[in-house]
Design a binder for this molecule. Sequence first.
Ligand SMILES: *[C@@H]1O[C@H](CO)[C@@H](O)[C@H](O)[C@H]1NC(C)=O
Ligand SMILES: *[C@@H]1O[C@H](CO)[C@@H](O)[C@H](O)[C@H]1NC(C)=O
Ligand SMILES: *[C@@H]1O[C@H](CO)[C@@H](O)[C@H](O)[C@H]1NC(C)=O
Ligand SMILES: *[C@@H]1O[C@H](CO)[C@@H](O)[C@H](O)[C@H]1NC(C)=O
Ligand SMILES: *[C@@H]1O[C@H](CO)[C@@H](O)[C@H](O)[C@H]1NC(C)=O
Ligand SMILES: [Zn+2]
Length: 403
Amino acid sequence: MMLRAVVTGVLLSQGGSLLAAHTLKTTKMFKERHLRRRATTTTAAYVVDAGTENATVLRAETKPMATYFLGSNETLFQRYLDAAGLTGSIESIELCPEIREHRERAAGWWREGLLIVSDRDAWRHLVRQQTELPTMNAMEAQLEGGAMRAALMWQTAREDLVAARKFLDVELPGVQVTDRKSLQFVLDYFKERFPYYRDKCECCGADGSTFVGEVACVSDEEVRVRRARRAELRVCESCGHLVRFVRANDVARVLRDKRGRCGEYSKAMLSVALALGLPARWVFDTTDHVWVEVFFEHKWIHLDPCEAALDMPNLYASWGKNGSVVVAFESHKAEDVTSKYYPDPASVTTIRQQNNLTDSMIQTILDQYTANSTKTREAYKSSILAALKPRGKPFSHPIPALR
Ligand SMILES: *[C@@H]1O[C@H](CO)[C@@H](O)[C@H](O)[C@H]1NC(C)=O
Ligand SMILES: *[C@@H]1O[C@H](CO)[C@@H](O)[C@H](O)[C@H]1NC(C)=O
Ligand SMILES: *[C@@H]1O[C@H](CO)[C@@H](O)[C@H](O)[C@H]1NC(C)=O
Ligand SMILES: *[C@@H]1O[C@H](CO)[C@@H](O)[C@H](O)[C@H]1NC(C)=O
Ligand SMILES: *[C@@H]1O[C@H](CO)[C@@H](O)[C@H](O)[C@H]1NC(C)=O
Ligand SMILES: [Zn+2]
């Protein structure tokens, strides 16, 4: 039987060609690189005929263990092996997603951190959809992925809040957000201290590295302390150093390491805003960006930590992005806020139609999110607010100088 599955090629904020220049000053550069990338990823939802589409895995018998590379680029795999100081000859294996044993084998390598995933579509097909092929369309699956991320985020929000509170006490003692000016100050401060991670080499400092693939995090340090599930592997073009960019979910670590992209920083900013006593929610855009909203001046307003942008909801449309689904997640409920960020309803409707995404599909996911939000999240919500004592001294100018 020929099974058909729709596989999406977009995974938020992770991937080969990174979004560039998260800054208003360099919007042009962002636009160019971002749009170039979009051009390739918006069409990435495609139909796989499960019976014919084998995945290519390259295998190198290395010491202490074999290393596997999901993708067919042997040159790239060899560069990784060289950078990692591994030797071994490369052989090619074909794995068929229809064969259970093949899926299990690949999933086992992935779980053990031995599989480097360069071809993410193949990964979704072979590893993630192990038992059941998806019946959802790509955009629907993306939104559900966002809802799941939001749920995970809120589950650890209490400890993240404590970390954010400590961070504020050390780095911005006495700062209180009382008006837009003080909120903008916190944003500027954050952007200054938390540069958007692109591909800078941690060894020689050079920009420009080659993306090899992603691996599952397996070490205690990465899994338990940093709450990371994946790391990106890159090879520096200048010095050959192997860069491991761990996608940390632990706000304490992100605030300490100051390395992240919109995924890490939106989560950190969500916690920082809550720690400042502002109700906050996490905003997910299916066109590969995430940010925050805070409840301020009696309404939810846009706040993007990567851009230091406050109440500039037209920002993304002004970049030329064609967003069609933007959802804001509170701990216990979710709201479709697309029209706020992409104000052209005709365009939104068209894109949704092109993607076969109906309003009822969206509503179902939002309702599920609410239904899934357990008592824990409700309890969290009230306890967190109760735990927020007013911060010490009032916010005062002049504010500390930025570097
Ligand atoms: C393999 O990867 C390298 C480095 O990213 C790239 O330059 C090259 O074009 C790739 N080769 C193929 C056949 O895709
Ligand atoms: C896919 O892999 C299976 C199992 O290794 C093999 O029998 C089959 O010939 C492969 N199909 C293609 C199109 O390469
Ligand atoms: C957005 O849509 C317009 C009109 O359909 C199109 O010209 C433009 O290329 C699209 N932009 C992106 C980034 O896909
Ligand atoms: C939407 O549905 C139509 C008709 O079933 C199909 O041809 C098309 O490929 C679908 N588009 C997407 C993006 O799933
Ligand atoms: C809700 O929970 C169910 C069961 O755990 C899960 O399958 C589903 O993906 C969740 N949906 C959302 C939107 O969180
Ligand atoms: Zn280097």
